[in-house]
Structure formats: structure tokens, C-alpha cells
Design a protein around this ligand. Structure first.
Ligand SMILES: *Cc1c(COP(=O)(O)O)cnc(C)c1O
Length: 394
């Protein structure tokens, strides 16, 4: 009898021969500045735990207390019987923090993006989207079956032209961009995009996954960073990165949130967060307001590490945030660099096509607020040593 899945084996073999097959590394400790992966203690430059909140005592205590009081699960989707008081408190907490009327929390940032775009637009509508927007936005666009118009990365004039060309078309228009782009660490040109959306009466949506807890006052994100309060109708964020836990959210008007309560499919058809997740997230927003020094430490470390990489001669592209890629070209070399770094005690992931363009493969680094200078020095030393050995540095 034939195996109808044999094509998967052939594909995996091809990836192995191309050197792009990736085995999952197993984390055997907390996710922290230094962690143990596959039995080896390494400096962790591969997590999105920007502020060290995954192990913050206040978050851990809030989660434990929620388990003791409310158990481990919510028992249902939000619209049936799975809306706990903690879920409502978290949404109110985020809305107040973001200075908007209301907020809805999803199970993940992915679900927030995909569920929201798919709920807001119909096949009669149009989406104007940056070519490097996150996969969850792309999937949401496809699910909506709206017409998709992709513009060159951060090209405000191209986005504006796409909207102008649609001026006479019926249907709604959505302009959408990441706040910070996850592969290059560059910031979206939001002031220009917002002006273009306003001029053409388009809905403006920003995905702030990598900027919540990183940019803006106390980590309020790119909209606060650029002073665009009230001008971005749909603001998405994640609770899985700097917030240190799990989840995604959409902020905006009360009407937007109530509409999503009725129509966003991940909200309607997938069980809500366990109480421990909601409680830990609430505690995280308290920490953002009470411990701004964490964000300062994150940026100090970012400048120090970026400077170290560039002065060693690495190409760090156009990064403006703690996400700092080391661009090497071919995917195979990026994976080689990543493996060699690991042997030297540094975890940084190799990323190639199709996640980034061909010829732009890289090892991506993300420092956190909790890395010490000696740890960053050791990481830079490892990069220098391996970079020379692999011929990346002259
Ligand atoms: C990580 C990420 C998401 C998804 O967030 P999760 O909470 O991990 O599902 C969405 N958008 C962008 C830009 C991201 O980087």
C-alpha cells in the first residue's frame, strides 16, 4: 500500500540536503537572559522576552494566586460561559493603558490579527498592506477574501497611490502596517501612513506586537511613540512578547470591540485564556507602569550590543529597535553561523527564505533588559570569533 504522505518525507530530505532543516532546540530552564537549551547553558539572544517579565515574581505570584482561586481553565469560549472577571479586568486594564475606549483579548497575537482583519472586511473591500507585514496579517487578509494591494516596504507614497487608485472603487479600504517589523527591527512610517489613510478615508490598522513594552511612554507602543493617539482605529498588540505571557489584543472604539465580540472567529470558536494567563498579564501592565527602568535597560543594552556588532564589521541592516539582524546572505551560512554560535554558548536563530527574502538570510538577535554587560561582551566575542572563522568578517 502506498503512503499518501510520502511527499512530506521527500520535502524533508530536500531541506536536509540544502542545510535548512531545523531541529527544535529544547529549553530546559526558564526563558531568561541565560538559559539551558539541549543540555547547554547559553546566552539567550533568541527570545522576545524583552523586559524579563517571563520570570518576574509579581507575574508568577499573580498566576499562582489565580490558579488557587479559579483553577487552571476557563471551561468555554468567551461567548458561551468562558468570560471570567479576570478577562474583563485585563481588557479594561489594557484599554486604559492604551488610552482607548475598549479592548478585546484574543488567545494569541496571531488570532487577534487574523480574526480581526477577516471579521472587518468582505470580498467587496480592499486591503492595502506593507509587503513585510506579519504572516498573521497576511492570513487575515486572505481569510477576508478582500482584494489585497501590497506596497513596497515602508513606501508611504506607494501606499497613498494605492489608496488614490481605489478612490472610485466601491467597498471599504483598510491600510495596514506592522509598528515594528520583526525581521529587520525597523519602525513603520506611521505618521505618513496615518495621513494617507485619513486623506482617503481608509481604516488604519497597526500591529504593535514588537513595540508594546518597547516603544512609547512606559511601552505604550508606536502610536504613543509617534503621538498618533486617536488616529489609528485598530491597534493590535501581543501579550506574548514583552508582556512575557501569552495572548493578543485589539484596542479601539467600543463599537469595534463589540463588533469583534460578535464576529471575530477565534473569539467565538476557541476557548479563552486560563485564569493564570489573564492574571499574569494584568500584573505585567502594573510592572510596565511601576518599573520603567526595565525599558531604559532594554534600550541601553540594545545600543551597546548593536554598536558592538557594527564596529566588529557585521551588517545589521536598518534596525532601529532591540531586534538586530546579522545579515549574511545565504540561508545555509545563516544556519551555520547559528550552529557555531551555539557551540560558543550563544543562542541566536538562523532565518532564511521564505521568512526573509532570498539572499537576505540572517541570524536574528534580540537583547533583553536583563542581559548583563559581561553577558553581552561574551556574546560579541563569540560573534567575532565565529564570524572570522566562517569568512563573514574580513
Ligand atoms: C509575534 C507576532 C505576532 C503574533 O503574536 P503571538 O502572540 O505570538 O501570536 C503578530 N504580529 C507580529 C508583528 C509579531 O511579531
Amino acid at each position: 500500500m502506498g503512503n499518501p504522505l510520502s511527499y512530506l518525507h521527500d520535502q524533508l530530505e530536500q531541506w536536509r540536503s540544502e542545510g535548512t532543516y531545523q531541529r527544535l532546540r529544547i529549553l530546559e530552564s526558564e526563558s531568561a537572559a541565560e538559559s539551558r537549551f539541549d543540555g547547554k547553558q547559553v546566552i539567550n539572544l533568541a527570545s522576545n522576552n524583552y523586559l524579563g517579565l517571563t520570570t518576574h515574581p509579581k507575574l508568577k505570584e499573580a498566576a499562582l494566586e489565580a490558579v488557587r482561586r479559579y483553577g487552571v481553565g476557563s471551561g468555554a469560549v468567551r461567548t458561551i460561559s468562558g468570560t471570567m472577571r479576570l478577562h474583563m479586568q485585563l481588557e479594561e486594564r489594557i484599554a486604559a493603558f492604551k488610552n482607548v475606549e475598549a479592548c478585546v483579548v484574543f488567545q494569541s497575537g496571531f488570532a487577534a490579527n487574523a480574526g480581526t482583519v477577516a471579521a472587518l472586511l468582505t470580498p467587496e473591500d480592499h486591503i492595502v498592506s506593507d509587503e513585510l507585514n506579519h504572516a498573521s496579517i497576511i492570513d487575515g487578509c486572505r481569510l477576508s477574501r478582500a482584494k489585497i494591494h501590497v506596497f513596497a516596504h515602508k513606501d508611504v507614497a506607494a501606499a497613498e497611490k494605492a489608496l488614490a487608485d481605489l478612490e472610485r472603487e466601491p467597498g471599504r479600504k483598510l491600510l495596514i502596517s506592522d509598528g515594528v517589523f520583526s525581521m529587520d527591527g525597523d519602525i513603520g512610517p506611521l505618521p505618513g501612513l496615518v495621513a494617507a489613510a485619513e486623506k482617503h478615508n481608509a481604516i488604519m490598522m497597526v500591529d504593535d506586537a514588537h513595540s508594546s513594552g518597547v516603544l512609547g511612554r512606559n511601552g505604550r507602543g508606536t502610536i504613543d511613540h509617534f503621538g498618533l493617539d486617536g488616529r489609528v482605529q485598530v491597534q493590535v498588540g501581543t501579550l506574548s512578547k514583552a508582556i512575557g505571557v501569552l495572548g493578543g489584543y485589539v484596542c479601539g472604539s467600543r463599537d469595534l470591540i463589540e463588533f469583534l465580540y460578535h464576529r471575530a472567529r477565534p473569539f467565538l470558536f476557541s476557548t479563552s485564556h486560563p485564569p493564570a494567563v489573564a492574571a499574569a498579564c494584568i500584573a505585567a501592565f502594573d510592572v510596565l507602569e511601576q518599573e520603567p527602568e526595565r525599558i531604559q535597560a532594554l534600550w541601553d543594552n540594545t545600543k551597546y550590543f548593536k554598536q558592538g556588532l557594527t564596529s566588529a564589521g557585521f551588517n545589521t541592516g536598518i534596525s532601529e529597535t532591540p531586534i538586530t539582524p546579522v545579515i549574511v546572505g545565504e540561508a545555509k551560512l545563516a544556519h551555520e553561523l547559528s550552529r557555531a554560535l551555539f557551540e560558543e554558548g550563544v543562542l541566536a536563530t538562523g532565518i532564511g527564505f521564505p521568512t526573509v527574502a532570498k539572499g537576505k538570510a540572517r541570524v536574528r538577535t534580540i537583547v533583553s533588559a536583563t542581559h548583563t554587560k559581561p553577558e553581552l561582551d561574551r556574546a560579541l566575542e563569540a560573534f567575532g570569533k565565529v564570524g572570522k572563522r566562517l569568512g563573514i568578517l574580513g
